[in-house]
Each structure stands twice: as structure tokens, then as C-alpha cells.
Design a protein around this ligand. Structure first.
Ligand code: 4NP
Length: 156
């Protein structure tokens, strides 16, 4: 099967989805899975900006540098460019469904549907909280990344 191309999508693309992208990249590298990974936001508030400093510090605690990531907005073209698109919460899943082309072939789903016991739930949005919230977000996106890499490795 072709190399999976995975896009993670939240609202601003500066907190949750960059961490999801980083966790997935780390997990794929650790297991030798070849995949393309990217992230985007459904809003345009932070296009061109680096991740939130709290997200950068959180990834750095786990040895990952995301300071070079830049915010971008999800678009209809992403449904052709990516094979798998994961929304970080239900409201962004609904935003994506609104811009999805009728004939798209990408898998579109909620990220935590991959994690046993978490189906239907959204990843914690740490934007309004303190830095501890980013650790909770990191734990959630890491659990999802592990499940996703296992799934992609077994089906590809
Ligand atoms: P993210 O967090 O969607 O996880 O990147 C947010 C970032 C920015 C805003 C909201 C959530 N904002 O309202 O600007």
C-alpha cells in the first residue's frame, strides 16, 4: 500500500494538532513506519505562526523540537493530498465535514476514536489553561499516535 499521509487538525494549529503531529512523527520513527505527517487548523487565526510557546516547551520536555512548525489552515485540497485526516475534537470534525469534497477518498475521523475507551471524545484543549494542560494533551495525542502507528503498520 502507498505510504500513509496523515493530517491532524484542530482549531488554531498552534496547540493540539502540532503536538499530535509531533507525537505521531516520533512514534512512526521509533517503529520504522514510513509516513508523511502534517497538521492544520480549521481557523485562520494563527496562519504562519509557530506553535504556542507552551506547546513548544511541552514537546521539548520529550526531546522533540516543534519550534519550526508553522500554522496553516485546512482546505478542501487536503482531502486529496492526505490519506488520513484526524480531527482533534468533534467541532473541528464538523468543520472538516463542511469543507470535504463530496467524492473524497480520505479517511476522516476523530483522533481519540483510535484509543480504547475514548471513542467520541475530544483531546483536551489546553489553550485557556496552564501548562499542566499541555501535558494532558501530550498524553492523549501520544496514546492516539501509538494506536495509529500500530494500525497503519498492520494494514499497510
Ligand atoms: P488549538 O488551540 O486549536 O489546539 O491550536 C487553540 C489555539 C488558538 C485559539 C483557540 C484554540 N484561539 O482562539 O485563537
Amino acid at each position: 500500500m502507498a505510504e500513509p499521509r496523515v493530517l491532524f487538525v484542530c482549531l488554531g494549529n498552534i496547540c493540539r494538532s502540532p503536538l499530535a503531529e509531533a507525537a505521531f512523527r516520533a512514534e512512526a520513527a521509533a517503529t520504522g513506519l514510513k509516513a508523511v505527517a502534517a497538521s492544520a487548523g480549521t481557523a485562520d487565526y494563527h496562519v504562519g505562526e509557530p506553535p504556542d510557546p507552551r506547546a513548544i516547551r511541552t514537546a521539548a520536555r520529550f526531546g522533540i523540537d516543534i519550534s519550526g512548525y508553522r500554522g496553516r489552515q485546512a482546505s478542501t485540497d487536503d482531502f486529496r493530498a492526505f490519506s488520513h485526516i484526524f480531527a482533534l475534537d468533534r467541532s473541528n470534525l464538523a468543520n472538516l465535514q463542511r469543507i470535504a469534497p463530496a467524492d473524497h477518498a480520505a479517511h476522516l475521523g476523530l483522533l481519540l476514536d483510535l484509543v480504547p475507551g475514548r471513542a467520541g471524545q475530544g483531546v483536551t484543549d489546553p489553550w485557556y489553561g496552564d501548562e499542566e494542560g499541555f501535558l494532558e494533551t501530550w498524553a492523549e495525542v501520544t496514546a492516539a499516535a501509538q494506536a495509529l502507528v500500530r494500525r497503519l503498520a498492520s494494514t499497510d
